[in-house]
Write a protein that binds this ligand. Structure first.
Ligand code: ZN
Ligand code: ZN
Length: 229
């Protein structure tokens, strides 16, 4: 099975490690498939404005440069580690209220999607780009000041747009996802090297972007594992 992590941040947003080094960390650890998913933050809230001020977000202006750099590193990762690297973002709608906030991964993104658009617009645009939509850390995390509960609280309305839910994120398991029998994956939400040791996804499919995407969509041959190196 392919060892995968679909939720990884770099210095393009609030990660502490440069993209190139992130690739080498995962390549040397023996991963088969990873996705780079830096934040694209909404600019229409106080928290969002701070993210722009401190450059903790990919923007419309540097999106093409971000994608180019990922493609360059993806080629290097394939040649050096036979590791597949998928370009993505984490659309991050951040508000003071946990009930209003939501984060979603867009995997195999092609064009920039602004985070202040409506949920429908974002999901339909992702679909148009044939990208995978993943609802991130969809339930309460113990000790977290702000949670991202909007998608879970509105799941009946949005479940048709969501290809998979994070059943586990770093050290946390969201058992509610399995209670609803939703399609799932598990990710590290990597921000620093210690986050390598966390929940991961195992996929039983070929190591190509299209096979990985259909494996997640069909959600067969998917397992999760707590990676401890
Ligand atoms: Zn997040
Ligand atoms: Zn994240």
């Amino acid at each position: 099975m392919l060892l995968c992590d679909f939720h990884i941040h770099t210095k393009y947003s609030d990660g502490s490690v440069e993209l190139k080094r992130v690739i080498d960390i995962f390549g040397q650890a023996g991963f088969d498939v990873i996705a780079i998913t830096d934040h694209v933050v909404n600019g229409d809230s106080m928290i969002g404005k701070l993210a722009y001020k401190f450059r903790l977000t990919v923007t419309e202006d540097n999106f093409n440069y971000y994608m180019e750099n990922i493609r360059y590193e993806a080629e290097r990762a394939w040649n050096k580690y036979e590791m597949l690297v998928i370009p993505g973002v984490e659309i991050s709608k951040n508000y003071i209220s946990s009930d209003k906030s939501a984060h979603m991964l867009i995997l195999d993104i092609k064009e920039f999607i602004p985070a202040c658009e409506s949920y429908e617009t974002i999901f339909l645009e992702a679909k148009k780009q044939d990208a995978i939509v993943v609802a991130c850390h969809p339930h309460n995390i113990k000790g977290e000041l702000r949670n991202t509960l909007y998608l879970w609280n509105n799941r009946e309305k949005y479940e048709k747009y969501i290809d998979a839910w994070e059943i586990a994120n770093r050290d946390d398991v969201f058992s509610v996802v399995s209670l609803r029998k939703y399609p799932y994956i598990a990710n590290s939400d990597f921000h620093k090297p210690v986050h390598l040791y966390s929940w991961k996804t195992l996929l039983n499919c070929e190591k190509t972007v299209s096979s990985v995407k259909s494996c997640i969509r069909n959600n067969r041959g998917v397992a999760i594992t707590l990676f401890r190196g």
